[in-house]
Design a protein. Sequence first.
Length: 338
Amino acid sequence: MIIITQPTVTDAQIDHIVARIEEFGLRSQIMRGESRIVIGVLGPDELIREKPIAAIPGVESVVPVMRSYKLVAQENGTPPPPVSIGGVPFGSGQRVVLVSGPCSVESREQLLSIAKSVKKSGARVLRGGAFKPRTSPYSFQGLGEEGLRLLAEVRAETGLPVTTEIMDTRDLAMIEKYTDCLQIGSRNMQNFALLKEVGRSKLPVLLKRGFSATINDLIMSAEYILSEGNPNVLLCERGIRTFETMTRNTLDLNAVPILKAKTRLPVIVDPTHGIGLRDFIPQMALAAVAAGADGLMIEVHDEPERARSDGEQALRPAVFEDLVRRVRAVAEAVGREA
Ligand code: PEP
Ligand code: MN
């Protein structure tokens, strides 16, 4: 950390700043410039970060030199290992992986028919919610464990690995029995108890960005999971709330190259929730591939008008099939494949 002192700082204040730093168990190095005095603070990163150095009289600002997300951060020179969901690798650098399925698991017939069609079109992972985070307590909340059983059955029948949302730490052991990946939804991105719990799981975690979270907040939530010992995290940009009212959310594609540059984790984009309007999901999916996404998560329903959640933003299977063709073309144009 570097301390920039106020232009009016006195020698007595400098002595006081140095004394405080030493009291904290840290070392200091004073650099006197033409118009400013700058003090370098040396010592263990954790110790420096916790100290209220900016509150010492005479200090104008403090500039951290270490990143606060050391596990998630990109390591110089070494390409990060891909993160796999049920044997399907994400973040290999080359492949754009498609995750698709309904918003909610509704019945065996519904899930199986959607799974078969998205697999035929090129999806490699099946999604489906058994525990649904709904704005209203009176809306469909998901089939619970029955929904998980259906996911496992459809996985056995199609060979597609599955991802499903976990909302409650108490459900972890049960959900782990049925799924290949634990999804943390937007509303729970900063549920730190849940992050720590999935951080102790052997399964990969698909962490969706909170709709009011900054890119840094998302990175720090991933750091929680890694700090508990689970390195297998996939980040998902799914749109944030802005002043725009024409769309459900604003898909922040800025996050894709930034997360790719700053972290070692695969980055997936969910254009379905990102824009929330069925007619414009394909365009945003293609833009996400061009922006460098390692995967796409897209909701598909064979009867959107009967869907128990998010029917208005579900693609019909034929539209998804056509989209996959175009995803492949864009991927190829940017030196990748899908
Ligand atoms: C979902 O993917 O089904 C979902 C609920 O998304 P989000 O958490 O991004 O709203
Ligand atoms: Mn949904």
